[in-house]
Write a protein that binds this ligand. Structure first.
Ligand code: AMP
Length: 217
């Protein structure tokens, strides 16, 4: 499948993307994960992105498009991809449209995961992420806690609260989402690609996406 996962931070895009990759082998492409990997590795991209990310703002479109132009042409994308956290602005969506046309790729669907703000705030402040960049398993201190000592159950690395998951940074990220990313809902609706999903469980979202794709075929 070739889909975009749209939704506020904490809507569950990453979890849903992981479940969908297990379903049909499409790859998850998370610009947030790519950027966090670059920050950790101390690359020039990471150094430039870090300040924007820690404050909850968006990284400039030009940096993101440089990453995505390369990533979408890698071989593993030929079997399908799930875009998680990209595009995030109208200019990114315009550029993505041009890139996909050039590569002769058609999107199946844009899934808009619509979760109430109070659910999102609760989820993000209780979220913990594995600090190992090649694992990045996600936990929740209430519903899915890490192993004793706050260790990752999968790889044993420490789990952490991300710098952008403090209450201040989360409020900023939600404001940025409403201002810069939410306009993409209307943008993709006009193109006939949008499916809005109001489920709060990840399995419910996954099923809605599978059904949405089947209905388009
Ligand atoms: P995420 O894990 O998707 O919430 O991304 C974490 C942070 O990375 C965001 O708050 C932004 O600072 C940055 N980021 C990720 N994807 C993008 C994007 N498509 N455009 C701009 N900034 C991004």
């Amino acid at each position: 499948m070739r889909i975009i996962l749209l939704g506020a931070p904490g809507a569950g895009k990453g979890t849903v993307a992981k479940l969908l990759t297990a379903f049909d082998g499409s790859v998850q492409i998370s610009t947030g994960d790519i950027l966090r990997g670059a920050v950790k590795a101390g690359t020039p991209l990471g150094k430039e992105a870090k300040g924007y990310m820690d404050s909850g703002g968006l990284v400039p479109d030009s940096l993101i498009m440089g990453i995505m132009e390369q990533r979408l042409q890698e071989k593993d994308c030929q079997g399908g991809f799930l875009l998680d956290g990209f595009p995030r602005t109208i200019p990114q969506a315009d550029e993505l449209g041009k890139l996909l046309a050039k590569l002769n790729i058609k999107l199946d669907l844009v899934a808009n995961i619509d979760v109430p703000r109070d659910v999102i705030l609760d989820r993000l402040t209780t979220r913990r992420t594995c600090s190992n960049t090649s694992c990045q398993e996600i936990y929740n201190v209430k519903s899915n806690p890490p192993a004793p000592g706050d260790k990752c159950k999968k790889c044993g690395s420490p789990t952490i609260q991300r710098a952008d998951e403090t209450v201040e940074a989360i409020s900023k990220r939600l404001d940025v989402y409403n201002e810069k990313t939410a306009p993409l809902i209307g943008y993709y609706d006009k193109k006939g690609l949008l499916l809005t999903i109001k489920e709060t469980s990840s399995d419910g979202v996954v099923n809605a996406i599978k059904n949405g794709i089947a209905a388009k075929k």
